[in-house]
Design a protein around this ligand. Structure first.
Ligand SMILES: NC(=O)c1ccc[n+]([C@@H]2O[C@H](COP(=O)([O-])OP(=O)(O)OC[C@H]3O[C@@H](n4cnc5c(N)ncnc54)[C@H](O)[C@@H]3O)[C@@H](O)[C@H]2O)c1
Length: 272
């Protein structure tokens, strides 16, 4: 833990959606370690309780669903009431389609799957950004969006998930364009990460968790391992820290073990 007064985010306040688990939880832990106070919007009450237990009054949690506008209004209001300002808003809560192939979806499941996944992964980000913007304009703060390597490449999810993350890339770029020079907007694009990332209730997959299904994925990653949530957290510190990223907006930082450089050649026999 960083000593008080020496963190990179001393005096700053952040709000993280889905901060109870996985990448969001690692961001909350790291932000607190860097001196920030943090609001969280999270739908799972057990994970919310764990945050309160582990971080005391440095973290405030609003229990709610990112698909509901009123949940965002409540979490921003609570963060401002308790912590007095908002400098960094991290839209992060998401769900996965477990690579369900497009042809397997059929018309009904496309409609239901699209609603659940896009309302969480895209609408949830838009609603959060909208609720946070007045406070971010006041502070000269920033928006940070968790994207995915599926925002840049095909094959890491199905059509629903890959399309949703490509949509978030567009959202980063358009909001960066519209909000400059007042609010910086950037994204982080993690690759495979050991988390409890859940599936879609609409596809009967609400109880699946990704970390149980990543065996063998390391073979497809140039750096040869699957990441932990904490492996990405420093990038969220960088993007929230105006000293180190004040000239960055519209940027998307990959944190994926080198998917860009997998190359066209077959890997030599015996190579991982
Ligand atoms: N795990 C990976 O391999 C991976 C890779 C790239 C990107 N991502 C992205 O990272 C983000 C975080 O996912 P994670 O992997 O840490 O999964 P996770 O399930 O461990 O964490 C997501 C958190 O969001 C919460 N959440 C989900 N839906 C919600 C809703 N509707 N309202 C409020 N809270 C909700 C969950 O309760 C959970 O605590 C997602 O946007 C995901 O797409 C994950």
């Amino acid at each position: 833990m960083t000593a008080p007064g020496t963190g990179r985010l001393d005096g700053q306040v952040a709000l993280v959606t889905g901060g109870g688990s996985g990448i969001g939880r690692a961001i909350v832990d790291r932000y607190v370690a860097e001196g920030a106070r943090v609001g969280v919007l999270e739908r799972d009450s057990g994970r919310a309780a764990a945050l309160a237990r582990d971080h005391g009054d440095r973290v405030t949690v609003e229990i709610g669903d990112v698909r509901a506008p009123e949940a965002h209004a409540a979490s921003v209001t609570r963060t401002l009431d308790v912590h007095g300002r908002l400098d960094a808003y991290v839209a992060n809560a998401g769900v996965y389609d477990y690579s369900t192939r497009f042809e397997e979806l059929g018309e009904n499941r496309v409609v239901e799957g699209f609603a659940e996944l896009f309302e969480t992964n895209v609408l949830g980000y838009m609603l959060g950004a909208s609720a946070a913007l007045p406070a971010l304009r006041d502070s000269g703060g920033c928006l940070i969006f968790t994207i995915s390597s599926s925002g840049l490449y095909a094959g890491g999810g199905g059509a629903l998930y890959v399309a949703s993350k490509h949509a978030v890339v567009g959202l980063v770029r358009q909001l960066a364009h519209e909000l400059a020079p007042d609010v910086r907007v950037n994204g982080v694009a993690p690759g495979a990460t050991l988390t409890a990332l859940g599936g879609l209730a609409a596809l009967g997959a609400a109880d699946r968790r990704l970390d149980a299904e990543l065996d063998g994925i390391d073979r497809h990653i140039p750096l040869g391992f699957v990441s932990d949530p904490a492996d990405h957290a420093g990038l969220y510190v960088l993007l929230a820290d105006p000293r180190d990223s004040r000239f960055m907006t519209g940027a998307i930082l990959p944190s994926d073990g080198g998917l860009e450089v997998r190359g066209a050649a077959r890997r030599p026999k015996g190579a991982r």
